[in-house]
Design a protein around this ligand. Structure first.
Ligand SMILES: NC(=O)c1ccc[n+]([C@@H]2O[C@H](COP(=O)([O-])OP(=O)(O)OC[C@H]3O[C@@H](n4cnc5c(N)ncnc54)[C@H](O)[C@@H]3O)[C@@H](O)[C@H]2O)c1
Ligand SMILES: [Fe+2]
Length: 377
């Protein structure tokens, strides 16, 4: 673990607007900046309400972002971006739309291809267009960060691009935009936000400067997620979750996730299980596995979630499992259409995600990963 004096770099959007009713502030900001040609990258649902952003000028809306986007979906976005020749790109949706907006902002009109920018710091700058992010789920925290994830359908692996040039000029976080998120997606995306916080908190690279956000984000999810699942129009609960999602985004940049996300990714890339649902299913298993190596922090996590446990691995597992199951999340792999014949290939895929596994507080051998999939089945 690192200590208080360990070096850390914090990168955040210059402007963060937060609060119910702030969505239309984007239009004012864009007008003040003089951006007249605007491309909004969105999914089918959010594309129907682009007017809530108050944008003026020549507005092109790309409405076809798919959940867990793949490279073919990105190609369509890039074709639209090349045609629109926009001055401002807006990501309007969940993590899927925001991640594709980041890539559109740096790849449209560029000589670089996606393959050439995968990994950290490969994008040539400076960026030629402005970038705004407006999240509608809570969530990925992608609005605050410099990473974008796209699935390669050939290898069924996530390609991660990380670049300062994908940082938003402005993030507008209006919790009212999340009122319409269905209960199931609310539960899954809320656990994703919590997983970003928990995995950063118990991380090998955990840093005191980020722990503050990590534990508070976890507490906000513990306090508000069940309320928002029950009543989607509960403004206080939605605002609490939007903040937790943002804090999760703050955790991702300098620290990032660990074993939980590494084991969840194959569920999404191979079996199209929603990112948050996959994280929830894996969460109790990895938290319990990590307990011997992160005992105090695990206890703090369970306290923050409002679930008292002993330091015993089984008690941590049961409490974390029940937290997710009580939200109505399916916690069995077999019920999600994954055949048990795929568990070996999934374990191989997860074991290859070194960028995250190397952050885990306890070494996860391939056999440990295979056992966790078996137990989750
Ligand atoms: N860049 C990052 O740092 C980061 C972090 C975590 C996850 N991700 C990526 O984000 C993606 C997942 O994003 P997500 O979980 O936000 O889901 P999503 O963007 O895929 O959206 C999920 C579904 O919810 C719908 N939806 C979105 N907002 C809605 C609203 N307000 N009302 C009703 N429906 C709405 C969408 O149309 C979609 O069908 C994955 O590809 C994941 O890898 C990125
Ligand atoms: Fe995530």
């Amino acid at each position: 673990m690192v200590s208080l004096d360990s070096p850390i770099t914090i990168i955040r959007p210059e402007i963060i607007e937060f609060g119910v009713g702030t969505a239309e502030r984007l239009g004012k900001w864009a007008s003040d900046k003089g951006y007249a040609r605007i491309l909004v990258i969105s999914d089918a649902f959010n594309a129907t309400r682009v007017d809530t952003l108050g944008l003026k000028g020549e507005i092109t809306v790309f409405a076809d972002v798919t959940p867990e986007p793949d490279t073919a979906n990105l190609d369509k976005v890039l074709a639209a971006a090349n045609a629109a020749d926009a001055q401002l790109v807006v990501g309007f949706g969940g993590g899927s739309a925001m991640d594709l907006a980041k890539l559109a902002a740096v790849l449209a009109g560029s000589s670089q291809t996606l393959r050439e920018v995968v990994g950290p710091n490969k994008v040539h700058g400076p960026r030629r267009v402005a970038l705004a992010q407006v999240p509608t789920t809570a969530g990925t925290g992608s609005e605050a960060g410099i990473r974008a994830l796209v699935t390669n359908p050939e290898t069924m692996a996530k390609l991660a691009v990380e670049s300062i040039h994908m940082l938003a000029d402005i993030a507008v976080i209006d919790p009212a935009l999340t009122f319409t998120v269905p209960a199931r997606t609310t539960a899954a995306t809320g656990v994703d936000a919590m997983a970003h916080c928990v995995e950063a908190f118990t991380n090998r690279k955990a840093h005191p400067m980020i722990d503050l956000y990590a534990i508070e984000g976890t507490r906000l999810v513990g306090k508000y997620l069940a309320r928002a699942v029950k009543d989607g129009a509960d403004a206080e609960a939605r605002a609490g979750l939007a903040l937790a999602s943002l804090y999760g985004g703050f955790c991702l940049g300098p620290v990032n996730t660990a074993g939980g996300h590494a084991l969840a990714y194959p569920l999404g890339t191979r079996w199209h299980i929603a990112h948050g649902a996959a994280n929830a299913l894996i969460f109790p298993h990895v938290l319990a596995f990590n307990t011997p190596s992160a005992t105090e922090k695990t206890r703090a996590v369970m306290d923050a979630l409002g679930r008292k446990t002993s330091d015993d691995v089984q008690s941590v597992f049961d409490a974390a499992y029940n937290f997710c199951a009580d939200l109505g999340i399916e916690m069995k792999l077999s019920a999600l259409g994954v055949p048990d014949s795929d568990l070996d290939a999934m374990a191989d895929d997860a074991f290859a995600i070194r960028r995250l596994l190397d952050n885990n507080p306890r070494d996860l051998a391939r056999a440990d990963i295979r056992s966790i999939y078996e137990a989750a089945y």
